[in-house]
Design a protein around this ligand. Structure first.
Ligand code: XIL
Length: 372
C-alpha cells in the first residue's frame, strides 16, 4: 500500500483558500466576562471535578445544524476550541475588516453551556486568506500581525483564557530553532514574528495563558527527534529573551503506524516542565488510514496508540487539558488528507459517527481520572 505523501505545508495552505462569510463589528463583546462556573458536571462521564479537563475542536456550522452533535459536545466536554472559525481566513476574509460572527457563535455556545474556550490560532503559516500575499514589507507585516492580535485578543479578553498564539513554527525536518517554516511572517519579520506575536498577546490580555503549539514531536525517528530538539531551542531562546510564554501544546495527531518515542518524549517533556511551562494536549486524534479495515480491530489499535502516548506523557507531567481535534468521526479533518485506500470512513476520534463511545473515549477517560 503506497503511503500518501502530502507536504503538510501544501495541504494547510490549500486549506487557507477557504474564505469566511460571517458578519459583525470589531468592537469588544459587550458584557462578556469569564464563564461563571465551567461545566464540571458532564452527564456523560459523571462528575469531572479535579480530573484533567477534556475538550474538543468544534465547528460553528455543525453546532448550529446538528443537534445530536451539539448535545454530545455539551455532555462530554469541559472546553472547546474553534476548528477554523478563529483562524485568519475566517476572521479576515478581506483586508482591513474583521468578521467575528462565526467565532462569536462558538463563544455564545460555550457561554450558554459553561464551556471554556481555547483560542486557535493567532500566528500560523496556514489558514491565511489570499490577501496576505499583498503584504510586501516588514512594516506592513508587523502592522497586520499586531493589529490582528490586538483586535482579536482584546475582543475575547477575559473570555478566552488560553491562546495558541504561535502554531507550527518549525519546518517539517528542522536543523535548529532557526528552521522556521517559510510564510509571510518569516518572509518580512524573520524569527522576530514569534516574540512579536507573544508580546502583543501578553500586552493585550495579561491574564491569558499563551501557548506555542506544535505537531510531530511524539514519535520515534530522526525527524521527530530533530523537531523536539529544535522546539526546545526555540523555547529556551524565548525564555532567555524574557518573551512571555506559559505553555506548549502537543497537537498529538498520532499515526497508528508510527512508534511513540517514550524516552525521547519524556526527556522532551521533562525539559519543558523544567522551564516551568505548562503542557497541553491540544489536537489529539489517531490517523488510522493504514490500519486494517475491521472496525473493532482498528478501534482497538487507535485506542492502544493513544494509551501509549498518554501513558508516556502522564508519567512525566499532568497535562493542563486534553483536547481532541473533534469529538466524533462525523466531523474530522483526517480524511481530507489521510483518506483510507479501502474507502472506509476514518475512525480517529473518541465517538464514532453515530456518537457512540469507542475504546479511545475510555482511554482518555482513564488518563483524565488517573491523575485526579
Ligand atoms: C485543520 C482543520 O481541521 C481543517 O478543517 C482545515 O482544512 C485545515 O486545518 N494542525 C492545526 C489545525 O493546528 O489548525 C489544523 O486544522 C490541523 C493541523
Amino acid at each position: 500500500m503506497t503511503r500518501q505523501t502530502h507536504s503538510r505545508r501544501d495541504f494547510l495552505t490549500r486549506a487557507a483558500t477557504a474564505t469566511a462569510l460571517g458578519l459583525s463589528g470589531t468592537t469588544a463583546l459587550s458584557g462578556v466576562s469569564a464563564f461563571a462556573t465551567p461545566n464540571v458536571q458532564s452527564p456523560a462521564s459523571g462528575p469531572t471535578e479535579g480530573l484533567i479537563p477534556y475538550g474538543s475542536a468544534v465547528r460553528a456550522g455543525a453546532l448550529q445544524s446538528d443537534s445530536t452533535y451539539r448535545e454530545a459536545i455539551i455532555a462530554n466536554c469541559q472546553l472547546v476550541v474553534a476548528e477554523g472559525e478563529m483562524k485568519w481566513a475566517d476572521i479576515r476574509p478581506t483586508r482591513g475588516e474583521y468578521r467575528f460572527e462565526k467565532a462569536d457563535a462558538i463563544i455564545d455556545f460555550a457561554r450558554q453551556n459553561r464551556l471554556e474556550v481555547r483560542g486557535h490560532t493567532l500566528a500560523w503559516y496556514g489558514g491565511l486568506p489570499k490577501w496576505v500575499d499583498e503584504i510586501s514589507s516588514r512594516t506592513e507585516a508587523e502592522y497586520e500581525l499586531i493589529d490582528h492580535i490586538k483586535t482579536v485578543v482584546s475582543r475575547y479578553r477575559g473570555v478566552i483564557p488560553s491562546w495558541d498564539v504561535v502554531n507550527e513554527p518549525l519546518v517539517d525536518f528542522p536543523e535548529s530553532a532557526a528552521s522556521l517554516r517559510p510564510c509571510v511572517w518569516t518572509k518580512y519579520l524573520g524569527a522576530d514574528y514569534v516574540p512579536i506575536a507573544l508580546r502583543t498577546a501578553a500586552m493585550v490580555d495579561p491574564g491569558a495563558r499563551l501557548v506555542l503549539n506544535e505537531y510531530d514531536v511524539e514519535f520515534m525517528g530522526p525527524r521527530f527527534a530533530a523537531r523536539r530538539k529544535a522546539l526546545l531551542q526555540l523555547l529556551r531562546a524565548l525564555r532567555d529573551r524574557d518573551v512571555p510564554l506559559h505553555g506548549v501544546g502537543l497537537q498529538a495527531h498520532l499515526f497508528a503506524d508510527r512508534a511513540i518515542d517514550r524516552d525521547g518524549l519524556q526527556a522532551f517533556l521533562a525539559e519543558i516542565t523544567a522551564m516551568k511551562l505548562d503542557v497541553l494536549i491540544t489536537e489529539l486524534d489517531v490517523v488510522d488510514y493504514e490500519l486494517p479495515g475491521k472496525v473493532s480491530e482498528r478501534d482497538a489499535l487507535v485506542a492502544k496508540k493513544a494509551a501509549e502516548f498518554l501513558g508516556a506523557v502522564c508519567e512525566v507531567v499532568r497535562p493542563k487539558a486534553i483536547l481532541t481535534w473533534g469529538l466524533s468521526d462525523r466531523y474530522t479533518w483526517v480524511p481530507i488528507y489521510f483518506k483510507r485506500p479501502d474507502g472506509m470512513p476514518n475512525r480517529p476520534l473518541p465517538l464514532d459517527a453515530d456518537l457512540k463511545r469507542k475504546p479511545l473515549f475510555d482511554v482518555i477517560e482513564q488518563f483524565r481520572r488517573k491523575l485526579a
